[in-house]
Design a binder for this molecule. Structure first.
Ligand SMILES: [Zn+2]
Length: 439
């Protein structure tokens, strides 16, 4: 299958940040076969199975969401402003109501939301990851899927740290999948015994798969390690030997200079979730310092209850607003740098930059066309600024993942969004009843 996309303003996000103001992209099967200025296009359009005239669009690489929880759509807008939301709503409802079926239907809905927002790759951490892998496979997204490990019984594992046993079956099952990378995801440093963390790291090493974890997110996490080990969580994780280039650390809000040196030394990538971190009043991670040390930093939405939306347009704006304000510098984090975090830098965090994150010949055809016809997209003096400051997820027009058309003219190609929603609504009946009782 050969597809030609023509007449788009292409932001390749390659190392030179090459742009083509009137560009073309050739997709062959799952790969980008050609890219350039249309004035240099020398082939016949009849050579293609499909020709897409993408005038009034900006083409960008598929966006990379480095941290989310796709099984948690049912929790969205529940208890948002309560101080004890985690223990009042999340833990009890997960224990009482989260099932394989609910996670699966939530996963499909969350993936649809991400696809329609131009996210083609995501890194997930939740329970029932086997069901979420099924959902991801059906929706045809690219993903890292990490099974949660935590020191109490959970909805998918009756014993504490049962996620390890779950993962031992889950990982080999999905290891050879074209789009899915199974992973192990200990919940946080303070919610796991060090032996479990070491076992998780051993699985990551054995299968050469990612290990992802919430790190340095909570005040009480910092106090716990300070009192118990006279260390920071990151110092502790290094001391037990679980950090590596396969490690994806979500949040990293409370980090010392020494912690940053450790992240750099161990080759850890950081998933920056500015929306979730600031909505919950946890703080603003010092990502300028991370970037100065060349630590890879990508953007994450966190779960649908933490960040409420699963799109990176929202996150990009929040990155600009919070970091410019925190640094008292409006020139900090220019739009081009922020779009890089949503694409190529996110791919680096996930160790997938050889395959995705930029539009280059030989890379996978994960491509997003953002339309510029809508009222909010005029005029455009700088396409990067237009994407970061003006655009929102509803401007995403077409999405290709691995060369396959997933979204066309703002609609899912293979699914009806209302069907996905009604399936999830039916599955949520018990959950919704219980949630109202707790509110
Ligand atoms: Zn999270």
């Amino acid at each position: 299958m050969r597809t030609l996309i023509k007449n788009s303003h292409i932001l390749t996000m390659d190392a030179k940040r090459t742009e083509y103001s009137d560009g073309y992209i050739i997709i062959e099967d799952d790969e980008i076969l050609g890219i350039g200025s249309y004035v240099h296009f020398s082939k016949q359009e009849t050579d293609f199975d499909e020709v897409i005239d993408a005038h009034q669009t900006i083409a960008i690489p598929g966006m990379v969401n480095t941290h989310t929880h796709i099984g948690m759509v049912p929790f969205r807008s529940l208890g948002d402003d309560y101080p004890d939301r985690l223990r009042r709503f999340l833990f009890p409802l997960e224990k009482a109501c989260m099932t394989k079926e609910l996670a699966y239907h939530s996963g499909k809905y969350a993936i649809a939301e991400m696809q329609m927002a131009g996210i083609t790759t995501f890194a997930d951490m939740y329970y029932f990851e086997d069901a979420l892998a099924q959902a991801t496979d059906e929706m045809k997204s690219r993903a890292i899927l990490g099974e949660t490990v935590v020191d109490f019984p959970t909805c998918d594992a009756p014993k504490s740290h049962g996620g390890i046993g779950y993962a031992e079956e889950f990982i080999p099952k999905w290891l050879d999948h074209e789009l899915i990378t199974p992973a192990i995801a200990p919940h946080a440093p303070n919610t796991n015994h060090s032996q479990a963390l070491k076992k998780a790291a051993a699985l990551s090493e054995k299968y050469n798969i990612p290990m992802t974890m919430h790190v340095a997110e909570m005040d009480y996490e910092m106090n716990y390690f300070s009192e118990k080990y006279n260390a920071t969580p990151i110092e502790f994780l290094q001391s037990i030997g679980v950090l590596s280039t396969r490690f994806i650390a979500a949040h990293c809000i409370h980090v010392s200079d020494h912690d940053l040196q450790i992240l750099k030394q161990e080759g850890v990538g950081v998933a920056h979730c500015i929306g979730a971190n600031t909505k919950s009043a946890k703080g603003v991670a010092p990502i300028k310092d991370m970037l100065n040390l060349a630590i890879p930093v990508g953007l994450g939405t966190d779960g649908p209850s933490s960040g409420n939306t699963l799109d990176l347009f929202t996150q990009m704006k929040l990155v600009a607003n919070f970091h410019k304000t925190a640094l008292h510098d409006r020139t900090a984090f220019p739009a081009k740098e922020i779009l890089a975090m949503a694409t190529i830098e996110g791919a680096k965090v996930l160790n997938m930059a050889n395959e995705i994150g930029s539009l280059e010949v030989g890379k996978k055809a994960d491509i997003v066309l953002v339309e510029t016809k809508s009222v909010n997209m005029f005029p455009i003096f700088d396409p990067y600024a237009a994407l970061v400051y003006s655009a929102n997820a509803s401007n995403v027009q077409d999405v290709f993942i691995n060369g396959t058309t997933i979204v066309r003219d703002k609609q899912l190609v293979n699914y009806d969004l209302m069907d996905l929603r009604s399936n999830l609504t039916i599955e949520m009946a018990h959950f919704s009843k219980k949630a109202k009782e707790l509110a």
